[in-house]
Design a protein around this ligand. Structure first.
Ligand code: ZN
Length: 354
């Protein structure tokens, strides 16, 4: 998927050389998926990519698509290799949210180049999803939908939360999901009141069940949540809460238009919960971008004045959590288009289980 156009777009924004080290950014720019890489991009274009002996052979064909970048492979001292890569530079921008204190000190003290913190340059470029990226996101979202549609069958093979989490991942793999890089959240009964509950050996029971899960296709993540009632008539309080959360989610989705700020989308969902008296029980923000990372910009939260753009893919996921009783979260993935929101996840949204 990566093309020189992405690096050219980054280079045209730079005022000083940038050392890209964050794994999703290296994947986005040059298709590199190893665990150790340093891509130097100079303002206006050109640079070099440094990795260690474990990855040299697999990086070589990737770099062929980028004639203005040489491949350098080190087998000895990292700091010496970085000193050579950055030779002649007094300062280099580093990804402030992606390097450790130790790395920044090492650059200065051992490689002799002063690090300066860079804002989220590559993350910002990554927001505008291109067609092949959207295809991967759609496949990942569809795999999540397929697992939800099979819930009745999966429940027949799982008696405990962790077993169902495993079955959800296995079902997504049967539908094109390559892996899940986070554990599915499966929270039964009152446990659903903990937004990021740690799924374990608890029995699934016969009442409330909250599921939050996703998979990865070509590096791109899916993320969805559904809340269902397993057997018999649902608890009236949970049914009422479900209706409110669903209305909040729909308001949030409708608000996902180009130009709407993260704050405005959050407020659209939050206002519904507030009117129903549940704002205090909404314990997180309304949503987040999703792509090469499960959580990435833009952020749909209070105070974020950054506007949505065409090509953003975000989650909308309001929830209401009642300690000791249970909780409801409904989450979908939404593509922001010229004409408004397009929902990428398509699972039905009803409290009755499929
Ligand atoms: Zn999410």
């Amino acid at each position: 998927m990566p093309t020189p156009a992405r690096i050219d777009a980054l280079a045209s924004r730079l005022e000083a050389p940038l050392l890209v080290t964050r794994a999703p950014n290296l994947r986005y720019l040059i298709g590199y998926t190893g665990s150790n890489g340093y891509l130097l991009v100079r303002p206006g274009g050109g640079g070099a990519f440094l990795t260690d002996g474990r990855y040299g052979e697999s990086a070589a064909p990737l770099l062929e698509a980028f004639p203005h970048f040489d491949l350098r492979v080190y087998t000895g001292d990292l700091w010496k290799a970085l000193g050579d890569l950055l030779a002649g530079l007094e300062r280099v921008q580093v990804e402030a949210a992606g390097v450790t204190w130790e790395f920044a000190r090492g650059l200065e003290e051992k490689a002799g180049v002063a690090p300066i913190p860079a804002a989220a340059g590559v993350e910002d470029l990554r927001r505008a999803k291109e067609e092949p990226e959207l295809a991967a996101l759609r496949t990942a979202a569809a795999a999540g939908d397929a697992a939800f549609a099979a819930l009745g069958e999966l429940l027949g093979r799982a008696a405990r939360e962790a077993d169902l989490a495993w079955e959800l991942v296995a079902e997504m793999r049967r539908h094109g999901g390559e892996r899940a890089d986070w554990e599915a959240i499966v929270a039964a009964g009152p446990a659903a009141s903990i937004p990021h509950y740690e799924t374990g050996p608890a029995p699934l029971g016969s009442g409330l069940l909250l599921l939050d899960y996703g998979c990865v296709v070509d590096g791109y993540h899916s993320d969805m949540s559904r809340t269902v009632w397993l057997e018999g008539p649902a608890d009236p309080l949970m049914r009422q809460v479900y209706g409110v959360v669903l209305e909040a989610e729909e308001a949030g989705i409708v608000a996902c238009r180009p130009g709407a700020t993260g704050h405005e989308v959050d407020e659209a969902a939050r206002a519904v919960l507030r009117a129903a008296g549940y704002e205090e029980q909404f314990l997180h923000s309304t949503g987040h971008g999703v792509g090469l990372e499960i959580h990435e910009p833009p952020w749909l939260r209070r105070g974020n004045e950054d506007p949505l753009r065409v090509g953003d893919v975000v989650t909308v996921e309001p929830g209401v959590y009642l300690p000791g009783v249970g909780g409801v979260r409904i989450e979908d993935m939404v593509l922001v288009t010229e004409s408004g929101p397009e929902i990428l996840t398509g699972s039905r949204r009803e409290l009755e289980r499929p």
